[in-house]
Design a protein. Sequence first.
Length: 114
Amino acid sequence: MNTPQILSIGNYLQTGAADAVRTVIYHNEERELVLWQILPQARLPAHRHLTGTDIWVVLQGEAELTDGEDSGRIIRCGDCVVSTPQTVHGAVNRGQTDCVLVSTASPDIGYEAV
């Protein structure tokens, strides 16, 4: 009998980093769960995925969404960002505290920097 895994996000947060930190906290052939810790004044570089949807859930802080349109939209704790294939997405933390989000996607969705 399988039992659910419990992943404590706080165990994966890092101190002393100088930029955005990407940490894979779960991975199998169907799903990848990535913790992004975007430090103040740092960025998660704009990119797009070729074949799959990337879903972010913001757990802490806020950041400006980089969406290829320079919309200036702010994502905040509790927001969910859904980026379908070929959709440009990234984030810039212009604040004073870390922005922490979890991304879930298929591990084979492809990656292209923008």
